[in-house]
Design a protein around this ligand. Structure first.
Ligand SMILES: Nc1nc2c(ncn2[C@@H]2O[C@H](COP(=O)(O)OP(=O)(O)OP(=O)(O)O)[C@@H](O)[C@H]2O)c(=O)[nH]1
Length: 454
């Protein structure tokens, strides 16, 4: 792998940049600084918003915090707003992002903002969420019959923000311009901004440069190179989720921070399994939030699945034990176990997940058979620290990435693939039941590059 700290100036050194101004900040540091800035803003928001812990949830032992591995100390459990807030915020952000000028969010700069910058501005300008009572369960609109739209269409529509941001920038960068060191560094910036990560951005830029230096290169050629490189990174992690039908039940433990889309994803997966004629039981293990229990019951009714639940605040591990015992007795094909994404702190979350796993093993020592981490694409680079956290807590076996439709930084999947190599089973590009599909590297790569279906 290229030495990232020396990456800045690579193309200049290689080709000699005209009028080079070496006083610029190294790009790696710029990217890190942007991330740190975002992190510290989120930290501040959390400090202001952190709601008091619900008294119904088991208090973690005082020394539990001491067991949080040091490397997780900085891991962020964003978002922690009540469910629904994220969607509302995204809507506000979307609206703000659409407003072109001073009538909208106060523009921090006079030059026009890129879609990614507008996303940042909108996020910062979004009003503080007001404390609200427990939100209503998400309406089951997702299951309402919708006109059949092909997955490619859904995918390209869902990834439109990423593809138009990257594609638009690439088109304007490469139209009628010869490829030189400045162009290449600008291309690298575009890719870093889309959250592909520095190693991938450097590799793709090198691939574009190969044999084309000092020549005009059509933007579509750049997009084709981009798609090919993204596919190369993602193909090794694109694994379908395979259900071992010999296990009854096959236990899927769903983990992730609150609001990432776990409960919705459970509903969407249940619909898929039911369509394959598999029987499904859901355990409403997010006992932290009453609305999550209700939400799961709605999905249970809609998909013809059994839902096992207890009252809000009940012991989630005990519930998982009961659910597995019952699903075993009933000979159920698949058991989907929901979990809370927000407890008082990271130590509380980790010890609860560990307990759920431990307790389920008392019923079936091979359970859980898959641990799916649901990641919200809109959290950007923070997804990386979430993977580390949940890997420690529950031994993640695969990823489901949701809300790719809500960000211009869909490149985060590439950064995740290169860093962890964990299987990516599904991606979500909308709230509808058909907006979750098995992950296919080529389709994704072509869609974010703004190319036609292969
Ligand atoms: N736009 C979009 N919204 C999604 C997607 N997946 C889930 N959502 C929405 O995200 C919101 C949060 O989803 P939930 O399923 O409640 O999240 P959760 O992880 O279970 O949250 P907690 O129960 O609080 O832990 C809901 O409004 C979902 O409809 C997606 O792929 N795209």
């Amino acid at each position: 792998m290229a030495d990232e700290t020396e990456k800045r100036g690579f193309f200049s050194r290689l080709f000699g940049r005209k009028g080079e101004a070496p006083a610029e900040e190294p790009r790696e540091e710029t990217a890190r600084a942007v991330d740190e800035q975002r992190e510290s803003e989120r930290e501040e928001e959390r400090a202001e918003e952190a709601p008091p812990a619900a008294s119904t949830v088991t208090e973690p032992s005082p020394d539990a915090a001491a067991h949080v591995p040091g490397e997780l100390a900085g891991a962020d459990l964003q978002p922690i707003e009540p469910a629904g807030e994220a969607a509302r915020e995204a809507a506000v952000a979307e609206e703000l992002a659409r407003q072109p000028g001073p009538a909208g969010a106060p523009a921090p700069e006079q030059r026009p903002l890129s879609p990614i910058e507008r996303e940042d501005v909108a996020r910062e300008a979004a009003p503080e969420p007001e404390p609200e009572p427990e939100p209503e369960p998400a309406p089951p609109a997702a299951v309402a019959p919708a006109p059949k739209v092909s997955w490619w269409k859904r995918l390209t529509q869902g990834l439109a923000r990423t593809s138009s941001s990257m594609g638009g920038a690439i088109t304007s960068l490469f139209t009628k311009r010869k490829l030189d060191a400045t162009t290449l560094e600008d291309l690298e910036d575009i890719l870093i901004q889309a959250d592909l990560g520095v190693p991938a951005a450097t590799r793709i830029t090198e691939a574009v440069a190969k044999g084309r230096y000092d020549k005009e290169i059509p933007p579509d050629d750049v997009k084709r190179v981009l798609a090919a490189e993204v596919e190369r990174s993602l193909a090794p992690v694109a694994h379908p989720l395979s259900i071992d039908r010999g296990r009854k039940p096959f236990v899927l433990l769903m983990v992730g921070v609150n609001g990432a889309g776990k409960t919705t994803t459970i509903g969407k997966l249940a619909a898929k399994f039911r369509a394959q004629k598999l029987s499904v039981t859901m355990a409403a293990g997010d006992t932290f939030r009453a609305a999550a229990i209700e939400q799961l019951k709605v999905w249970g009714e809609r998909t013809g699945s059994t839902v096992i639940s207890r009252e809000q605040g009940a012991d989630a591990a005990g519930l998982a034990f009961d659910a597995l015992t019952q699903a075993r007795r009933d000979g159920t094909d698949v058991l989907l176990v929901d979990t809370a994404g927000r407890l008082q702190n990271k130590a509380g979350l980790m010890s609860e997940l560990e307990k759920i796993v431990r307790v389920m093993k008392k019923v079936d020592d091979t359970a859980p058979h898959a641990v799916l981490l649901v990641l919200d694409a809109t959290v950007g680079q923070n997804a990386l620290s979430q993977v580390e956290l949940f890997q420690k807590a529950a031994g993640v076996t695969g990823i489901v990435m949701t809300k790719l439709d809500g960000t211009a930084r869909g490149g985060i999947l590439v950064a995740l693939a290169e860093r962890f190599g964990l299987p990516v089973h599904f991606i979500g590009v909308g709230e509808g039941v058909d907006d979750l599909e098995p992950f296919a590297a080529r389709d994704f790569a072509r869609a974010i590059a703004g190319l036609e279906e292969a």
